[in-house]
Design a protein. Structure first.
Length: 231
């Protein structure tokens, strides 16, 4: 016997944790599962065997997830952050951006999408970023982060096309949460350009966007205010 569920991957992050809290308090799902390096089961998104094991645990638990959100990603780490010029490009840092921002969500989709029902409305989303838009890029810079999020956006499109053949009502999208008061954005607090949101506010906005989407929106990227982000 299965029960409806929501799964948040990256549940110990600011947005991920807020999503778990919001979904749990709303009571729209029989089960809300938050997965992270510290959950049971633990999940290491850089290790495909760990991703597969976590997915199998969910399957054996009888949860049929109608909502999955990948709330993971990297912008800075150990003193490294977005590059301001070509002089700062570093192969290892570029690869780490791709592994966490594009490869990991793709592998999560590989193992978790098959757990979702093949009929009825389902939603799979991964946190992306407006700076991953090629059309919208006016400032340049942030090479590794921009490129990795652009790669994620292409993967979202690919997944949506393939999965529509399995469930025509499935919605697979990228979500831009805006600037959220988390550790990810902490080094950039001095930038007044964008409005800042608490994780709780951001979680509510993202869930509202997902709730309002139709099947024709699948494969695209949407901002926290519901606006479509150009490819």
């Amino acid at each position: 016997m299965t029960n409806s569920g929501a799964i948040i991957i990256g549940a110990t992050g600011g947005i991920g944790g807020a999503l778990v809290e919001k979904l749990s308090s709303d009571g729209n799902f029989e089960s809300v599962v938050g997965l992270s390096r510290h959950s049971v089961p633990a999940i290491n998104i850089l290790d495909e065997s760990s991703i597969a094991a976590a997915a199998n645990h969910v399957r054996l638990s009888g949860i049929s997830p109608e909502l999955i959100i990948v709330a993971t990603g990297i912008l800075h780490k150990d003193g490294r952050g977005p590059e301001k010029s070509l002089r700062e490009l570093d192969a290892d840092w570029m690869i780490e951006n791709y592994r966490l921002n594009a490869v990991a969500p793709a592998l999560i989709a590989k193992h978790f999408l098959p757990l979702m029902p093949r009929t009825g409305r389902t939603r799979f989303a991964a946190l992306s970023a407006r700076v991953g838009s090629i059309t919208d890029n006016r400032l340049g810079g942030w090479h590794s982060y921009r490129a990795s999020k652009a790669a994620l956006n292409m993967l979202i499109r690919n997944l949506s096309i393939e999965w529509q053949r399995k469930n025509p009502e499935a919605i697979i999208v990228g979500l831009h949460p805006g600037t959220v008061e988390t550790g990810l954005s902490a080094p950039f607090k001095g930038n007044p350009e964008h409005e800042r949101f608490t994780p709780t506010k951001a979680a509510g906005q993202l869930l509202d966007v997902l709730q309002g989407l139709e099947t024709g929106d699948s494969g695209q990227v949407f901002a926290y205010d519901g606006r479509l982000i150009a490819p």
